[in-house]
Design a protein around this ligand. Structure first.
Ligand SMILES: Nc1ncnc2c1ncn2[C@@H]1O[C@H](COP(=O)(O)OP(=O)(O)O)[C@@H](O)[C@H]1O
Ligand SMILES: Cc1cn([C@H]2C[C@H](O)[C@@H](COP(=O)(O)OP(=O)(O)O)O2)c(=O)[nH]c1=O
Length: 218
């Protein structure tokens, strides 16, 4: 069985956590082995970095370096081995989040993020890699697209906000633009879901996209 890498993206409160388990269950029902993981995080080292990124004040470059350092550990220790075993890897956020949050949200240089992505997800020239086509990326990114004003209402009182969740709505307007920019530069990988619907409608649309892509063969 070929490994399959799917990421889930969107602004805070868009509904990723609510739906990822239904996707996991759908793949289990289809007889697949699933690795469910998240970023920043997914390994003990990366979870320590997550704690720092989500709690400690730091400049945007430090944040970018830490999320990509966490990603490097996660890619090497969890994602690549799982894909080699033929698992379905479901990742709650991946590098698009760095472009959306550190890039569009915090204003860190987009090209430098592309360089970090190339280092962390690419094969080095010494390993035979020399083009962006060699980058490890999800085959599909499920993008929960939700107006920031709606997300703010959903999150109000739902949980104790972390460093990002306590940002003003204007920050999330920028983050949303970052996701839109990434989606328009990679329209085949990105599957946009209208997240401003009831949970069952969102779930229906997510499962439909994955079925259309042939991930649940009969
Ligand atoms: N379609 C929906 N309609 C209304 N509320 C929702 C919907 N999807 C999720 N929620 C609620 O919104 C909040 C944020 O959802 P969550 O899945 O945690 O978002 P994320 O993981 O993207 O930050 C939760 O309280 C959740 O119950
Ligand atoms: C992966 C990643 C996440 N983030 C941010 C986005 C989120 O606000 C936060 C954690 O994401 P998330 O897993 O959605 O947290 P929660 O437990 O609240 O569902 O980290 C970045 O800023 N850069 C990144 O590269």
């Amino acid at each position: 069985m070929q490994g399959l890498f799917i990421s889930f993206e969107g602004i805070d409160g868009a509904g990723k956590s609510t739906h990822i388990d239904a996707v996991r269950q759908a793949f289990l029902d289809a007889g697949r082995t699933v690795t469910l993981t998240r970023e920043p995080g997914g390994t003990p080292l990366a979870e320590q970095l997550r704690n720092m990124v989500l709690n400690d004040p730091m400049d945007a470059m430090t944040e970018a370096l830490l999320v990509f350092a966490a990603r490097r550990d996660h890619v090497q220790k969890v994602i690549v081995p799982a894909l080699h075993k033929g698992d379905v890897v479901l990742c709650d956020r991946f590098s698009d989040a760095s472009f959306a949050y550190q890039g569009a949200g915090r204003g860190f240089d987009w090209q430098m993020l592309e360089t970090l992505e190339y280092w962390v997800q690419g094969k080095l020239p010494s390993q035979g890699g020399n083009s962006p086509a060699d980058l490890l990326k999800p085959q599909t990114t499920i993008w929960f697209d939700l107006p920031p004003a709606v997300a703010a209402v959903r999150l109000a009182g739902a949980r104790v906000p972390d460093k990002f969740e306590s940002q003003p709505q204007a920050f999330f307007e920028q983050v949303a633009k970052g996701y839109a920019r990434r989606a328009s530069s990679d329209p085949v990988r990105f599957a946009r879901i209208d997240a401003d619907q009831t949970p069952s409608e969102v779930r229906r649309d997510v499962i439909a996209v994955l079925s259309e892509r042939g991930y649940f063969p009969a």
